[in-house]
Design a binder for this molecule. Structure first.
Ligand code: ZN
Length: 283
């Protein structure tokens, strides 16, 4: 694993909250969009549980996944982590069906029928996050399923390639006109990405990537994410009380936190904090 000493120091220096019931060591540092802890240092981002496994494992294999026995994405306790290939991970999950680990955690497994259904629902526009919640598996597993890397023979439409970057890619389903349309709508404040995803017959993730300029990078196109700064430099102070109220209303109406974050130019975690009332209580 290619990690700098600063990254290692940061991992070691970050507080981990011990959960007495499960024994999990929950990462108190930043989380990524999927709820996994991340270490940010020297301009890089590493997955915290991967760093933990790297530091504690006798033999760390870069090509293998680091998986959670405990199904707790924030957990960085080495004893709760294991390395495996996607297939091994999946087989492991099947073998450990119903195995209790700690208190209240158990392995969630799906059937081939579920996998095929997940592929169909994803094609119809359901986001990996919503499918993950529905089937009690990780969004990463959902992505592996829709790409055909897990549950290979289960049937259902398999997306053969990773996100399309630009019109020349053979998998591209959009035109530049549509991309500009998506961006200007996102910039205009549209936050319902699943709706746009259905409209344009792409995934919500793709809409999000387009809005943030991560896919279909065109220097002339509007990129809404320009205002969003990673880390702590974003100016949260510029939100008026009306903005805060609007953010809470949108979130309550079911808009995605990352879509709201882009609209208001703040970090998505700040949106969560606002909605929990951890910030701007009186607004
Ligand atoms: Zn754990």
């Amino acid at each position: 694993m290619d990690i700098t000493q600063t990254g290692i120091d940061k991992f070691k220096g970050t507080e981990k909250l011990v959960r007495p019931k499960t024994g999990c060591w929950e990462w108190q540092g930043p989380l990524n969009n999927y709820g996994y802890g991340v270490v940010r240092a020297s301009g890089h981002t590493w997955l915290a549980h991967r760093v933990s496994c790297f530091l504690s494992a006798e033999k760390f294999v870069d090509d293998l996944c680091v998986c959670h026995h405990c199904d707790n994405r924030k957990c960085v306790r080495p004893e709760h982590l294991f390395q495996g290939t996607v297939t091994e991970n999946h087989e492991d999950m099947q073998h450990k069906d119903r195995l209790k680990f700690g208190d209240g955690h158990h392995w969630s497994t799906i059937t081939a029928e579920d996998a095929a259904k997940i592929r169909n629902l994803h094609k119809e526009g359901s986001s990996p996050d919503s499918l993950a919640a529905r089937y009690s598996i990780t969004p990463e597993m959902i992505r592996l399923i829709v790409r055909g890397e897990a549950w290979k023979r289960a049937g259902g439409p398999v997306r053969s390639k990773q996100p399309q970057i630009g019109e020349t890619h053979s998998q591209a389903k959009l035109t530049w006109y549509q991309v500009r349309d998506i961006r200007s709508r996102a910039q205009g404040g549209e936050t319902n990405w699943s709706k746009m995803a259905r409209e344009f017959a792409v995934t919500s993730l793709m809409i999000s990537n387009i809005a943030r300029g991560l896919a279909w990078k065109d220097p002339d196109a509007l990129v809404v994410a320009k205002r969003v700064q990673k880390g702590s430099t974003h100016s949260q102070a510029k939100l008026s009380d009306a903005d805060v109220a609007e953010i809470r209303r949108l979130r309550k109406d079911g808009a995605r936190a990352d879509a709201i974050a882009i609209k208001f130019g703040v970090h998505f975690q700040y949106v969560h904090r606002l909605c929990r009332g951890d910030r701007r209580k009186s607004s």
